[in-house]
Design a protein around this ligand. Sequence first.
Ligand code: DGJ
Length: 731
Amino acid sequence: MGIAYFEDNRVFKIDSKNSSYIIALLGDEGLVSHVYYGHKLKSHEVNYLIHMGDHPGAPAKDSSGRAGFIGGYPKEYPTNGVGDHKEDAISIRDKKGCFSLELFYKTHRIYKGKKELPGLPSAFGTEENVTTLEIECTDPMSGLIITLNYSAFEDADVIVRSVNIKNGGRDDIHLTRALSASMDFENNDYDVMTLYGDWAKEGQINRYPLSYGGHTVESCSGKTSPLNQPFMALLSKGADQDHGEVVAMHFVYSGNFLAKVQLEHYDRVRMLMGINPYCFDWLLKPGDAFQTPEVVLVRSEEGIGGMTRNLHDFYREHMIRSKYVHKKRPILINNWEATYFNFNTEKLVSIAEEAAKAGIEMLVMDDGWFGKRDDDSCSLGDWFVNEEKLPGGLKPLVDRVNALGLKFGIWFEPEMVCPISELYEKHPDWAISIPGREPARARNQLVLDISRKEVRDAVYKMIYDVLKSANIEYVKWDMNRALSDLYSAELPPERMGEMLHRYVLGVYELQERLTTDFPDLLLENCSSGGARFDPGMLYYSPQIWTSDDTDAVERLSIQEGYGMLYPLSSLGAHVSDCPNHGTGRTTPFETRGIVALSGTFGYELDITRIPEADRKQIPDQVKRYHEVNHIVRDGDYYRLASYASNHRYDAYMSVTKDKTEAVVTYVRVIHRMCEHDVIVKLKGLDPEKTYSIEGSDRNYTGEELMYAGYCFKTPWASGDFKATILHLKEV
Ligand code: DGJ
């Protein structure tokens, strides 16, 4: 286990739970070469795999064919301009205006544990469960010192990678590309898998054969964006939920990203991930260093499901810091779809009264409580209470809600300002815009330049004062537009390319302050739904609002996609009213409840106005949540069937780690007249155990349920959108 260096053949061997990763130093120069990432090996002597072409042994500097060698050998961190003409991981502009650099091994360090990355979210572990390797390299021409970091986790098939780039020379250097990870390896007839989407359509799974050329997913919007997830996987041909090899990268970052895979004519693959070079240009003065964010490198030999369970465990144990990570979250009711901007204290209290009767545990007041905000035309940035809506301020409202036995939560959009606001009147220069150019507004708002400390401090003070003014136990941190018109008044022209990354660092700094000053606060991130759903945000908040599409049918594919990567306990999921405000579809209240139970669970409706028959079901849904949430929250997740691909039904389950309990969700979306009962083979149970299923007239063995399957009955003419939830318990 752990990480070792073998002097005999100058090889580093990094072992995670079931995988080995091998790096070799080539020649006297110490070129850092990727050798192997696969099934765990006892041997470290596999650098015979490295393609030397016509260049056996050391790649001597004076070799007449050096360019061929440089182009061909598999690299750990390809550099620009010295003979490798594929996508590079790092590029610079030096004082001569040149782009080229090379990487030569200088020294290395191996130690137990893992360092934090200052200012950035980063995976954490203890000296018992993580080992770190730092390979320090230099580029003598530029004086850059480039340190490749690898941390291997003993309890997960995960290696976390990042790079530190320091200017050890005497001249300024512009870093124009600084990715976090790259790997070169042989093609294995791979498929590529990524997630695409849009607002209200996040997390759609996209799988396609790897072909020659390159495949890219990226964000250029300054935030993660719903268009692509910072994730890319390679799957061996035919890999499915249970079988086959999967190698994936997932980026711990909340801004512009690039994920790319290239297949070249020699049938070799390069896979890279990092900050998108788009609009990126970081000035390194002599002595300055740049730290890239981390990439989570995950590997599974048990198909996509194996990757999913690996990532879920990893994020729960090594990324989410919140004390709520393993705790049951309060069932909340959010007033957004209930009232939109049209509410006051009495309306909120009336919702809280009904909610309390039904067993709901927290009221969340969404957008519209501050400034003069009655619609989306004004007031972002004015984080003080609108006393016309909430007379006497927050405290009287919160006290009344607390007196009903409910906690209270509040919505902010801290990174924004509306041109119609007191904040903008005082500080128009705090909004991101280019002098002389009219900035593009979105939803009537502009983005605050929170790369600037004075702007961060001012916004934070307003939020802090609000949170101190009453007993507020939850914050929903929203962010509802992409960045444009990039210019920061504080940055000189030669540093303008730093702005987008400095903006993301500003978000992280603010959330760090918030969670430090209010350690008991439950923070939920959000960005027009799930537009900033990424591992970086998980570091600060244990849950993220998944999508503004709350339709139970639409949620199946959205939650399938994000649930493939993120623990279900992090997926914000609410029961909303019907016809659904976004799709106009009417689904049974029961189905909406069952679908939301596989996330954080809550309500987003006017409980005082929904049909009596629906309201009466809430206490049962609440009871069900308390019965099964520990399984959903901390269990192993198995995908059984996908409505997105079979167009009929969806099925998935969670099993406790000791396999004594499970919860199975089955949604028959479309009912066809000729349809038979559907038999679904369950997964992850103990074949030797016997399980009871509530409401069933017999017990089943794990063997029966996994190999023969469970039969979901399809009564004649029973309609669409029907859902069943099964709670299995060992007898
Ligand atoms: C977008 C969020 O996703 C919604 O849930 C809601 O909070 C609105 N913003 C409020 O403006």
